[in-house]
Design a protein around this ligand. Structure first.
Ligand code: FES
Length: 111
């Protein structure tokens, strides 16, 4: 039996404001992480679903970037307000949230 059913990795990388690639932390990834942890706990899912802070996921231009396993689904531009939809649709019902999926072929499984 796997330790967790799903892992959500949320980029927490921070760069100088002037850096051309930007960074997810500057785009609010800390709030996104806190909201995932809060809601997973409130829903009693935190023993099965893990929300982890991560370093740079190398998708900086799409930040805030998160990736969900299994399935390796990449989401970009994620805000605190998107967290509930990701939990309800993807985490609970296994239906990825298409509008937030990074459409760049480097991040698509069959891209
Ligand atoms: S800074 Fe978040 S993916 Fe690189």
């Amino acid at each position: 039996m796997p330790r967790f059913d799903k892992h959500i990795f949320i980029c927490q990388n921070k760069r100088e404001e002037s850096h051309p690639r930007g960074s997810c932390l500057a785009k609010g990834s800390n709030e996104v992480t806190e909201q995932f942890r809060k809601r997973l706990k409130e829903l009693g899912l935190n023993s099965k679903i893990r929300a982890n802070s991560s370093g740079c996921l190398d998708a900086c231009e799409f930040g805030t970037t998160i990736v969900v396993y299994p399935g390796q689904i990449w989401y970009g531009g994620v805000t605190k307000e998107d967290v509930e939809e990701i939990i309800q649709s993807h985490v609970i019902n296994n239906i990825p949230v298409d509008r937030l999926i990074i459409k760049d072929k480097r991040f698509l499984k069959n891209g």
